[in-house]
Design a protein around this ligand. Sequence first.
Ligand code: BES
Ligand code: MN
Ligand code: ZN
Length: 496
Amino acid sequence: MKIFTNLSNLENVKASSIVLFCYEDDFINDPVIKKIESIFIGSIKHLFESGEFTGKLNQTVVLHTGSSILADRIILAGLGDKKKVNDDCFRQASGTISRLPAIISSSSVAFYPNNETGRKTVAAIIEGFLLGSFIIDEFKSDAYKKNLSLPVLMICARSKKEATSFDKGIEIGQIIAEGVILARRLAADPGNFLTPQKFASRASALAKKYNFGCDILDETKIKAEKMGALLAVAQGSELPPRVVVVKHLGGKKGGQPIVLVGKGITFDTGGISLKKPLEMDGMKGDMSGGGIVLSTVVTAARLGLKQNIIGIIPLAENMPSGRAIKPGDIVTSRKGKTIEILNTDAEGRLILSDALDYANKFNPKAVIDIATLTGATKYILGYAGIPFVGNNDKLIELIRAASDRCGELVWPLPIWDEHRGMVKSSIADLKNSAGPYSGTITASAFLENFIGSWPWAHIDIACVDIEKKGRPYIPKGQTGIGLRLLVELLTEWKKV
Ligand code: BES
Ligand code: MN
Ligand code: ZN
């Protein structure tokens, strides 16, 4: 898709559809709306007074111009109450618009800004549109492919100066949306396509394309590193494990990096503690955290972020088999701590424990891990947001502030000594499962045993990784949620 700025005024915009954003109730006084009211001779006032269109968030109406101006249609997009509108409202409105039949049958769409539109709002509009219209059709045979791809998208600017700033917004919005889409695709790729080895070769191909570093630890190197917890999870599968290390070194030469760690279980059957069949297919996305870490490094490289960023992604498939780990088995982690495996389905914390310990190699200034770790998250925030933990108030605050700006909602949880006690084993140092209660926190308390003396945060994206109903810019399926949060955090990073 081509995306660019357009300097024509409303009457002369050459596009199949023009989109105008409208504040609830207030839009009727907007000068641009007043101008088009003359084209439609009072019909907008009528739409408003009849209550058909009031400008509520995600409300839309399509008006055909009957060739009174160059564009075929004007589409009104509600933003909601002007006092509450932020960039996420533009992102939502744009996502809603992206799937309208009127848009799908357009060959070009122009967004006409209002006075509040700046560079960041433009980025949000682009993100909303690209993310809202995203579909996966590469697994369909040709006969079933839907072609939703619109050839041309424009953002109208009122001056050269505005166009320059909007151009930057378009570039950033497109890179970020493509980052989310990469994360979604990786998560949606089935277990028979995206194996640990395939994930690793995707990472090295992306590293070549976008010019960042990539090292891959194969089984021999993983053994040499004594990553006993990762090897234990992988041993039940025919597929060998991998650890992918990706590096975007955009900061000071030799400066301490921010390390991101992402869970990369390419399929989680639960192992010998087998999951119930219902919705087990969703476990192809159990490498979502790893996919987000890889996509974040790709995005950081494309945006040229001035930070040293290292991503560590431990990859394995969790399978039941004659060689698989069993409940009661005891394994030794890279750090030397012994772990009693009570539930083979609590495999994420096992592979993360070795990856977190491996992070020490890079002398990090902070480490953030992201994982589809516990189904218990749905009893905390439901599907509405992401619970996370942290051991550093400044880092917690940075994550909360990034969340506020990007619209991916988070809320911090504590780890108390009672939770720390819950993951102690009577026979080994730790046990990998403490039962269902406070499951998200006890998983975090387990991970905490493997961190170094650095600021750390753990983000549990289980449950937000898959969208069941469809939201304005998040169609049904794998969401890529977490990518924009991390990119926003890294872009606005402050010392912790
Ligand atoms: N990958 C799952 C967590 C998950 C569940 C992600 C639902 C997305 C949706 C993880 O490996 C797991 O199975 N966790 C167990 C932990 C338990 C055995 C302590 C869980 O949540 O039930
Ligand atoms: Mn599991
Ligand atoms: Zn899992």
